[in-house]
Design a protein around this ligand. Sequence first.
Ligand SMILES: Nc1nc2c(ncn2[C@@H]2O[C@H](COP(=O)(O)OP(=O)(O)OP(=O)(O)O)[C@@H](O)[C@H]2O)c(=O)[nH]1
Ligand SMILES: [Mg+2]
Length: 347
Amino acid sequence: MKMGLVGYAGSGKSTVFEWLTGAKPDPAKVQQGQTATADVPDDRLARVAAVIKPKKTTYTKVTVLDTPGLMRDERKDNNRRLGVIREANGMVVVLDGFSRTDFAAQLRHFREELLFADMEIVGNRITKLDAQLKKRARPAKEIEAEEAELALMRRINAALEGGTPASALGLAADEEKLVRSFQLLTLKPEIVFVNRGDSGFNDPLPADLLALAPTAVQAPAKLEMELAGLSDDDRQAFMADLGVTAFQRGPTIRAMFYGVGREVFFTTGEDECRTWSIPKGCEAVEAAGCIHQDLSDRFVRANVIGYDDFVACGYSEKEAKARGLNRTEGKTYVVKDADIMHILASS
Ligand SMILES: Nc1nc2c(ncn2[C@@H]2O[C@H](COP(=O)(O)OP(=O)(O)OP(=O)(O)O)[C@@H](O)[C@H]2O)c(=O)[nH]1
Ligand SMILES: [Mg+2]
């Protein structure tokens, strides 16, 4: 699960990168992008582990990608800069909330950059397909496939030109497959993060921003890093002074993770308790593949306990079994967030 931090130059992406991952970005590697990971905190897993006391507790991670910022006045290089996030599964749009107050305008402009970048890619593809279709004496099947792709590309292009992201077209599964290799930016799930300064972080986000991005979140990234570096006593005093009631780093990582359509399931045992990242609403056989491809290929069934049932049974599998709350599910079972799963595979 890779999330790209994107935004205009100086909006604080590299600061947010360090805040989230604890890793300092290397200024020499800014142009090609750099990654580090962060655990996705989960109180539910912490509670499970506190009772089961496994040898190891493992939180699923997100990989965070720092990218070069876009230029406001010199757009020429922006498509290359945006290219760095094409391989990411989702993006975090970092808005400057410490030196500017025009959050909605920043987001609107940034989304236009995404539209322009996709239009260039789709436009190039249309030109290429047009040229290819002029060549004669080829198998009818090949021509048919190219015509279908061309029609789809024209539809996407018309949407982009009208200011509509490709994600709003509701592409069918086969259409999405057809365009997957182009890694269109406006198809990527997005979450908006307002990088606040030393004040204003307790204010609600403005309505015009929420109208554009209802799941937007905010935090004072730099301030939290500075506070984290203080002694306990100093930290408490400064937090009280500044009005920081709780650190937002953990909730922000969770918002990023859930905001782009991920969920988790749990595996539990004396050796290890852990969360596994899955796409929201996936089937048991796909979830099994998130642990290991083999488990998916040789999937037989899954034993599942819903998280609330597990809690009601005192985090005991035995008790869940005794109460008939340990269900046997097949390949197509739709996994719920925080399900406790044991996957059985054939040997
Ligand atoms: N006061 C304040 N300054 C910040 C904050 N976040 C970043 N800055 C400052 O803003 C400047 C740019 O921050 P970066 O994190 O390097 O921004 P960036 O988005 O990575 O910039 P590019 O890589 O050039 O696109 C630095 O001088 C930071 O110290 C913040 O929350 N508060
Ligand atoms: Mg940077």
